[in-house]
Design a protein around this ligand. Structure first.
Ligand SMILES: *[C@@H]1O[C@H](CO)[C@@H](O)[C@H](O)[C@H]1NC(C)=O
Ligand SMILES: *[C@@H]1O[C@H](CO)[C@@H](O)[C@H](O)[C@H]1NC(C)=O
Ligand SMILES: *[C@@H]1O[C@H](CO)[C@@H](O)[C@H](O)[C@H]1NC(C)=O
Ligand SMILES: *[C@@H]1O[C@H](CO)[C@@H](O)[C@H](O)[C@H]1NC(C)=O
Ligand SMILES: *[C@@H]1O[C@H](CO)[C@@H](O)[C@H](O)[C@H]1NC(C)=O
Ligand SMILES: *[C@@H]1O[C@H](CO)[C@@H](O)[C@H](O)[C@H]1NC(C)=O
Ligand SMILES: *[C@@H]1O[C@H](CO)[C@@H](O)[C@H](O)[C@H]1NC(C)=O
Ligand SMILES: *[C@@H]1O[C@H](CO)[C@@H](O)[C@H](O)[C@H]1NC(C)=O
Ligand SMILES: *[C@@H]1O[C@H](CO)[C@@H](O)[C@H](O)[C@H]1NC(C)=O
Length: 468
């Protein structure tokens, strides 16, 4: 008899068994992890169907007849029924997500409100969301409007202490000190650490800047972020009791430039640079970087000094449809999304769901429906990585049909129009460069002089090619 090892039948059996074992291991290792994300509710309790759409649809100055939809209007912020419907629909589609990200801005785009008004918006949205997902770990954070007045995030604010009462059960006592001092915290997830930041402190419109005692690092938040990233880099195994090798960064405002308005930035330049320096230095220890704030659907690549793509910041579209009158901006359809990830945060796909607001106003039973998947829309094989999104962007620059696909989703299918000239530049340069100096260089290619020069040459080239 031949020794076992040389028995062909036996080898076949062993190979099959090994393959099966590998398959089982592979399935076990890529344990799917669904992260649900709701962004920018902007609940407006003064919304009225008799309101004036040019004045935030408010109950004051009302018309005799109700002409606006009871679920909202593209010109205005979300009435409660829209917030409720979005949460109900998220629950219907994802009854038991592994994690829920809630990136803030629950207060509407109006002026002159006080603390009670903000706290009412915070409490109403918190109650709606927490009661709908009682068993889900929720990671909440503040948006720049969640303050009285808006955009005045100070240190040790009353906002942090009053909101602590609403959120402490989700965040845990270990986060009390950082939360009360600057509204930020961390939370150990299964195999990664979520670092949830209050980036409203870095906003260039923040009125409390003058009050910061340490202007290079307000509330010590950068030091906190760096300490977490350093701990992740030094974590001996991928996961131990007291460390993880992956950190996820979550906040309301992300680094970089608004993609719809040329040269319209968010963070103060020095904070943008510092944030990107940290991201670049510890890029390998960062899993996902997820933000809201834009209301639109876009992403920013983060590149090192040599131009290598090292990270990817994802901006999720909003629930509020509110029309922004910033140059090149507009309204959007209400939406939310999920990230399909593994235990460590590798993103295998991003799926966005939306509702056409006009349809909802006609029929209150209209469901949120699937809008698109990153993988399908952008033809990505394997995981959604910074490198692959960079390839997608390079293709967008050359292929208007792919760019149009992105533009359709950018406003969640609300009147998508191909941007021209500097507006095209604003889109493409904001995705490619999160740092301001290289964004500015990129924008120079789309300035009027450059436009006059390049368009005829491309037209001529097209003409010549068409003759061949
Ligand atoms: C009604 O409109 C006028 C003029 O735009 C404005 O000054 C006033 O504040 C509005 N009133 C309310 C209650 O919104
Ligand atoms: C929050 O809202 C709930 C439900 O409406 C209410 O019972 C509770 O008193 C409110 N809490 C605060 C702190 O306002
Ligand atoms: C993820 O972390 C848990 C402990 O939090 C551990 O039991 C599990 O083995 C880890 N998963 C993987 C795939 O390492
Ligand atoms: C700055 O601090 C002072 C004193 O605490 C406070 O009264 C003021 O409202 C703060 N300014 C802003 C813009 O928050
Ligand atoms: C983690 O715990 C181990 C012992 O369990 C300890 O040696 C190590 O210093 C700890 N690391 C951190 C970052 O706290
Ligand atoms: C960012 O890093 C560069 C290069 O190391 C350095 O020159 C710059 O001072 C850093 N900026 C900030 C704000 O830390
Ligand atoms: C309203 O929408 C629901 C869900 O799509 C549908 O079943 C129902 O027939 C619609 N009602 C009307 C009056 O169109
Ligand atoms: C352009 O992108 C579309 C997808 O939007 C794709 O179907 C087409 O093949 C691309 N064209 C080229 C020349 O790559
Ligand atoms: C934006 O910045 C670029 C580069 O600095 C400049 O050429 C352009 O005129 C600016 N555009 C607007 C609309 O401010």
């Amino acid at each position: 008899m031949l020794p076992n090892a040389c028995n062909p039948q036996r080898i076949g059996f062993q190979t099959r068994r090994m393959a099966l074992r590998l398959l089982i291991l592979a399935v076990a290792a890529v344990d799917a992890y669904t992260v649900l994300h709701l962004a920018d509710f902007h609940l407006d309790v003064d919304y009225s169907t008799k309101g004036d759409a040019s004045k935030m649809c408010h109950v004051g100055n009302q018309t005799a007849k109700a002409t606006l939809g009871s679920f909202g209007d593209y010109m205005c912020d979300s009435p409660k029924p829209l917030v409720q419907h979005a949460i109900d629909e998220a629950k219907r589609l994802f009854p038991d997500p592994d994690l829920l990200l809630w990136t803030g801005d629950n207060t509407p785009h109006v002026d002159g409100y006080d603390w009670n008004y903000v706290m009412n918006a915070m409490n109403t949205t918190t109650t709606l969301l927490f009661s709908k997902f009682p068993k889900t770990q929720i990671l909440p954070t503040f948006g720049n409007h969640d303050y009285a007045p808006a955009n005045a995030f100070d240190l040790s604010s009353t906002l942090y202490s009053r909101t602590w009462d609403l959120w402490s059960k989700q965040l845990g006592d270990q986060n009390k000190a950082t939360f009360l001092s600057g509204g930020y915290y961390k939370l150990r997830l299964k195999n990664a650490t979520a670092v949830v930041l209050n980036t409203n402190l870095y906003y260039n419109a923040n009125k409390a800047y003058g009050n910061f005692t340490d202007k290079t690092d307000p509330a010590g938040q950068f030091a906190f972020m760096e300490a977490e990233l350093q701990a992740a880099e030094q974590c001996p195994n991928r996961v131990t009791d007291n460390c993880t090798s992956q950190v996820h960064i979550i906040a309301h405002i992300g680094p970089g430039v608004f993609e719809r308005s040329p040269n319209f930035t968010w963070f103060r330049p020095e904070y943008n640079e510092k944030f990107l320096n940290l991201t670049t230095r510890y890029a390998n220890s960062i899993g996902w970087m997820i933000f809201g704030h834009h209301h639109t659907d876009t992403f920013h690549l983060i590149k090192d000094q040599l131009g290598n793509v090292v990270q990817l910041a994802l901006m999720a579209p909003s629930v509020t449809p509110w029309f922004s009158d910033l140059p090149g901006a507009g309204a959007n359809n209400p939406s939310f999304r999920t990230y399909e990830t593994d235990d460590y945060g590798k993103i295998s796909d991003i799926n966005t769901y939306y509702i056409n607001l006009d349809d909802l106003n006609k029929n209150a039973s209209t469901p949120f429906v699937f809008e698109y998947s990153f993988k399908q829309a952008y033809g990505i094989f394997g995981d959604v990585t910074p490198r692959k999104m960079s390839d997608v962007l390079e293709n967008m620059k050359k292929n208007d049909s792919l760019f149009q696909t992105y533009i359709n989703y950018n406003s969640v299918l609300w009147k998508p129009a191909m941007p021209q000239g500097i507006y095209r530049g604003a889109q493409l340069c904001s995705m490619e460069w999160s740092d301001y100096p290289r964004y500015d260089d990129c924008m120079k290619l789309y300035s009027h002089a450059a436009q006059k020069f390049t368009i005829p040459i491309f037209s001529l080239l097209f003409y010549v090619l068409n003759q061949l």
